[in-house]
Design a protein around this ligand. Sequence first.
Ligand code: H2B
Length: 123
Amino acid sequence: MDDLAAKKCVPCNSKDLRSMNEELANELITKVPDWNLVNEGDKLKLTRSWKVKTFTKGLEFFQAIANVAEAEGHHPDLHLVGWNNVTVEIWTHSAGGLTENDFILAAKIDTLDLAHLLRIKPK
Ligand SMILES: C[C@H](O)[C@H](O)[C@H]1CNC2=NC(N)=NC(=O)C2=N1
C-alpha cells in the first residue's frame, strides 16, 4: 500500500464513493498509527487529540490543518475544548463513513511540523 501522504484526495461528490468496511479500516489505520479508529453508532471515524500551549496556538493549529484540508478539498471536524484540548475527527460526510480520503488527510496532517504549538508532555 503506497505512501498515503503522497496521495491526493478524490472529490467527495464522485458518485461511486462508498464508505469502507471495518476490515479495510483496520488495515489502513496501521498506516496512521497515531490516529484512533472509532465506531460511533456504526459510523467509522478517525480521531486524534493534542494539548496545545495556548488557546490562540490552538487556532494556529487549526489554520495549519485547514490549509491542508482546503488543498485536498477534504475537511475534518475540528474541536477546541477547555482552551487547550484539540481533537480532530475525520470522516467522509458524503459517504457516511470512512474512505481512503480520510486516511490521506490524516497522513498529510501527520507531516505538518506543529510541535511548536503543542504543550510538551512531562516525561
Ligand atoms: C464538493 C466537495 O467535494 C464536497 O463538499 C466535500 C467538501 N469536503 C468534505 N470533507 C469531508 N470530510 N467529507 C465530505 O463529504 C466533503 N465533501
